[in-house]
Design a protein around this ligand. Sequence first.
Ligand code: GSH
Length: 217
Amino acid sequence: MYKLYSMQRSGNSYKVRLALAFLDAPYRAIEVDILRGESRTPDFLAKNPSGQVPLLETAPGRYLAESNAILWYLAVGTALAPDTRMDRAEALQWMFFEQHALEPNIGSAYFWLCLVKGGRDLQTHALEDWLERGYAALQVMENHLKTNDYFAAGQLTIADIALYGYTHVADQCDFDLSMFPAVNAWLRRVEQTPGFITMDWTPETATVDAANFAAEA
Ligand SMILES: N[C@@H](CCC(=O)N[C@@H](CS)C(=O)NCC(=O)O)C(=O)O
């Protein structure tokens, strides 16, 4: 069984939990509280030198970091990964877009406004930039979704899962999603897909926090 080091309210972690849910793959979740520095302990850094979640233990002692790399690992050979050369490349195109245009802006706004107490006051100046660039990314998505139901291969793939992670929380961190009807329709399509779970859903297999997990090991 996979072990997933994840934080419940991390969008990057949720992307992986969502893919695992669509694939109905069992796993053990280990909650890592990044706000308490749990991803920066020597023990965690030995597993992922980047000090970040999500982190998937694919086999004992074998770790994979970066949410979108994990999505590819999980999806290969399933309906979530396109199988033609061009469809695969287009899925990747949107997953790179997610990491350079969407996540650094909406993800940062979400982190500082929703997760960090007093974060709004600490990031007043950055917020303006995040909103401008985040809106630009949402407009690119809106334009694509005006004529496409999904981002690649005409079906739900890991590109949609990657983009869903932070788009669905944008309205919690100052973005007005009502200006993007096609994005809204796509969010509902993803949510209606069999196997969908919300960000606060936890797997049936016991979720333990990192401190308890280290004590157990
Ligand atoms: N590019 C990485 C970003 C991962 C990331 O930013 N993780 C955040 C939580 S969403 C984290 O662990 N931050 C803790 C830290 O950097 O100390 C991915 O897609 O997995």
